[in-house]
Write a protein that binds this ligand. Structure first.
Ligand SMILES: Nc1ncnc2c1ncn2[C@@H]1O[C@H](COP(=O)(O)OP(=O)(O)OP(=O)(O)O)[C@@H](O)[C@H]1O
Length: 470
């Protein structure tokens, strides 16, 4: 008995060896191209047809080169890294798609010594439907990637931040310098002063410009969803969560910049988590205990009085100190009236390009605009000018064209013979004015008090044209 097994094993071994050699020969005979690399991924053998396909008339001239120098899309390096075969794959070459098989090569002791690639078909008519589907999916993916990348690119540079007064020149200088650093930036300023424009410009001028700029407005997302939105969620982490989980803004912004707008509205529990990312560059997705690392530059912005929020215990002092490394204050429009003409011209040029016709402001119109307190700042200026342009056919706008828009309740006959709609609007305007006054001009708090979303409140403010909110 004892000598039967060795013989059977030996025979089996031989047959296996024969089968392997035969399989190899069959593959090679049917192969449209074969390439073998050593453990450094350098080509040790390539057949003439395959070399010719990649522009090497003489296969000997490809020997010794790293494989990607000859076959740009080769995946043989992956086979060497993993030791695993890639049994069936499609590979793009300059003139066609090839069906390829890639196998690791091991010595008798099982040590990886190289890899071999076969191009099995280059006339892949039989696979045409599969390849067509593959190409169309690939095109769709490329379009989706491009539009996502577009969406995550900075839309503004410093040139878009209009203003030449001393305060703005100093602000741009500070922002330029801050862009080169990696520390967090805190942008402070009233609503509509251009914090978001500046955040885009900083990202565009930073070494991270070619990576994503991801934006999240703390006041625009319900508190319950904010953690998943920021840090992602593992599959089934919360009711209604995506089966595959959710990618958070921190992951999306990896390598780039994350702009956290209205940071003053961040719930306290998340403030702790953000502090940890700022300190240790680590976080966990919702429902996961796997620690992820993040290389993200934070730009935070707020129109809220942070010092007051800290005193009231609504904002963590330690987070504030972490964020308050490079702080830039954006002046309100009423404090930089020297730029009003420039801003108005730039806005009117943009409106002209959108089909509203070319207009100018008379000196009386500029004087009137200069007396107005601009609680909504540049956003409000844009809104007033747009409405004035829509209402007027004249190329030169006078104070008379603007006064009714700036001070609607001061117009003659304003309070008499109002329609129901006008009365309702006046009532709503008064309610909103009072809420904003009560909240000392802090729009997100006023929105909460009124039970409106911040975005709706902004729209209403823009629509009504608010009186001075103080
Ligand atoms: N300096 C500026 N130059 C050109 N446009 C500006 C400037 N400041 C603001 N704007 C315009 O005003 C509008 C509001 O700007 P932005 O959203 O950046 O303000 P914000 O301070 O982030 O406001 P909020 O606090 O409400 O989010 C945008 O249309 C923007 O293009």
């Amino acid at each position: 008995m004892s000598d039967v097994f060795p013989n059977q094993l030996t025979d089996g071994h031989n047959e296996r060896q024969l089968a392997l050699q035969s399989l190899f020969r069959t593959l090679e005979d049917n192969s449209e191209g074969t390439v073998i690399v050593d453990e450094q991924c350098k080509i040790v053998w390539i057949n003439a047809r395959h070399a010719d396909r990649f522009g090497f008339k003489d296969p000997a001239s490809a020997i010794g080169k790293v494989v990607e120098e000859v076959i740009p899309n080769s995946q043989l390096r992956d086979v060497l890294k993993t030791g695993q075969p890639i049994l069936l794959d499609l590979m793009e070459t300059p003139d066609r798609t090839l069906v390829v098989t890639r196998l690791p090569l091991k010595d008798p002791q099982g040590k990886l010594i190289g890899a071999i690639g076969f191009a099995l078909f280059d006339e892949i008519q039989s696979l045409a439907p599969l390849v067509a589907k593959f190409s169309s999916l690939q095109k769709e993916l490329a379009v989706a990637h491009e539009s996502l990348a577009q969406a995550r690119r900075a839309k503004y540079s410093f040139g878009h931040f209009i203003g030449e007064c001393d305060a703005v020149l100093e602000l741009k200088r500070q922002a330029h310098r801050a862009a080169q650093r990696d520390a967090p930036i805190l942008l402070l300023g009233e609503t509509g002063t251009g914090k978001e424009v500046l955040a885009h410009a900083i990202h565009a001028a930073s070494p991270r410009a070619h990576k994503p700029l991801v934006i999240l407005n703390m006041a625009a997302i319900p508190e319950t969803l904010l953690e998943a939105e920021l840090f992602g969620a593992s599959a089934g982490a919360y009711t209604g969560a995506d089966k595959k989980g959710r990618i958070g803004k921190f992951q999306l912004a990896h390598g780039g910049t994350l702009f956290l707008d209205e940071i003053g509205d961040m719930p306290p529990a998340l403030q702790v988590k953000l502090l940890r990312v700022l300190q240790d560059k680590e976080f966990e997705a919702l429902g996961s205990n796997q620690v992820q690392r993040s290389d993200v530059r934070i730009i935070a912005a707020t129109s809220a009085p942070l010092a007051k929020l800290i005193a009231e215990g609504q904002f963590r002092a330690d987070l504030f100190y972490r964020l308050n490394v490079l702080t830039i204050e954006l002046p309100p429009l009423r404090a930089r009236l020297a730029d009003l003409g420039l801003l108005a011209t730039s806005i009117m040029n943009k409106l002209a390009a959108s089909g509203l016709g070319q207009h100018r402001l008379s000196p009386s119109a500029i004087a009137l605009l200069s007396q107005y307190p601009w609680p909504g700042n540049v956003r409000e200026l844009h809104n007033i000018l747009e409405r004035a342009l829509m209402l007027s056919d004249r190329a030169l706008l006078e104070a008379n064209d603007l006064a009714p828009l700036l001070y609607p309740s001061a117009q003659p006959g304003h309070s008499t013979a109002k329609s129901h709609a006008e009365s309702m609007q006046a009532f709503e305007q008064q309610l909103i004015n009072e809420a904003i006054k009560n909240c000392k001009g802090h729009i997100p708090t006023a929105a909460k008090q009124l039970g409106l979303s911040r975005a709706t409140l902004y729209k209403k403010i823009a629509g009504f044209k608010m009186e001075d909110t103080g």
